[in-house]
Design a protein around this ligand. Sequence first.
Ligand code: FAD
Ligand code: NAI
Length: 466
Amino acid sequence: MSDDAFDLIVIGSGPGGYVAAIRAAQLGMKTAVVEKYPTLGGTCLNVGCIPSKALLDSSEHFAFARHGIAAHGVRATVELDLPTMLARKDRVVQELTRGVEGLFRKNKVTRLTGTGRIAAPGVVQVTGADGATEAHRAARILIATGSKPARLPGIAYDDRRIVHSTHALALPAVPETMIVIGAGAIGLELGSVWARLGAKVAVLEFQDRAVPGMDRKSGALLQRALEKQGLAFRFGASARGARVEGDRVRVTVVEKDAEREETCDVLLVAVGRRPYTDGLGARELGLATDAKGRIEVDASFATSVPGIFAIGDVIAGPMLAHKAEEEGIAAVERMAGMAGHVAYACIPNVVYTWPELASVGLSEEDAAAKGIVVAIGTFPFLANGRAKAMGERDGQVKIIADAATDRVLGAHIVGPRASDLIAELATAMELGASAEDIARSVHAHPTLPEAVKEAALAVGKRAIHI
Ligand code: FAD
Ligand code: NAI
């Protein structure tokens, strides 16, 4: 047992864990983070949010240079240099993961490298890559062990041709054909990357629409925009099996009750992620989990075992980096006797395709299911001056307000930089704003956010520019 006793040991250095550790240190707790991988930052920085966005940005430039730039009066001969694109992505990841190391040093957070197992409440055993084990004591333990890609029965990853997101971030060559299973965030983002770089991409989704959890009409707008870019969608479709044969993957596709064999160069399975607790000792400790294997917590993120807390992808809720971060902050603030909380109704959710889909709060279907009478305002980017100057025509802003009180209940944006535009609406919702509040706020001209103001005006049927 190490002589050092900590106020808090965090297991996992993803956005949930590392942000919680920094906040705990700010609040005066002697804090350590256990991470089994050589770099900090978890799924998000290493194999998730950051590398996927680096590739999305690079492939957007490539697609724009190929298909969009000529309309601006710029002639260019465009050639793909995939090794440089992948190396740039790796550098972005490296700089950010090193940035977290720097933040740990600045905040005096101790880094413990190895796999953490909770031997007993208050004791974390850390096993390094060489097998050496050391036990550390802590008044409290925070589990932030995140998630891993889900598997489909009958389909084994070979990490080259049958892949999940991690390998799809580093394919050594552009496949001629790619089948993606799952039209969720990963399927659409990574499907877009490889389609832009030249792959023929088919997306199989067993539900009847893309991004099934999000506002139906907004999802349909995004689907149409992606179809124009060459992605093919097949709904009511899935895969029952797949095997590698030479350089090809033979996939058993099930579509509307019929089964047939298809081939592709790469099969990307993107059917969700599962909470990750392997090796943590959760079962031995008797930590309560739900039917999906997620650790159960109360409003203070306390698990069923006193002194042990959990946040992020390993507990219920959307698997999003900013959700994990907010929970990390709220959890340690509550440990410190403060009133940390997470505004779950106001968590934005973004699919970073082009156009992007960004969403916060209730969808039209959610509101109908709850029996809430709503007033809806929409405004197309086609009528926004800045979007026109940029050459962007697809998408719209949609604001859903309570018909009786005008309070904003949800917003859904398909369009350029929707990821940035949604922030105004998430803040408005957190502050309990009405559509009228947004409509009466001055927005700079000419900007994309003017489409948000116009959609808010449209809730009261008084949009100006349409
Ligand atoms: P994680 O980030 O999964 O981190 C958990 C860490 O714990 C890992 O480093 C792991 O090694 C470590 N660990 C696990 N067990 C142990 C143990 N026993 N001992 C020591 N260490 C351990 N979300 C967004 O909000 N925006 C995006 O754009 C986005 N893009 C994504 C793109 C992809 C391709 C993927 C896969 C995910 C994306 N996500 C995105 C989701 C996001 O990455 C996760 O929601 C987020 O990382 C969850 O954070 P976390 O801290 O809960 O866990
Ligand atoms: P997801 O849950 O977003 O989408 C999975 C899709 O696969 C769903 O549409 C589902 O209906 C479909 N599906 C499930 N089983 C299927 C089957 N057998 N056959 C056909 N379709 C099937 O999961 P995804 O895309 O794998 O992402 C995992 C997590 O990572 C998500 O929870 C997401 O929040 C997070 N993430 C977030 C991103 C972002 O914020 N931009 C980007 C990438 C991932």
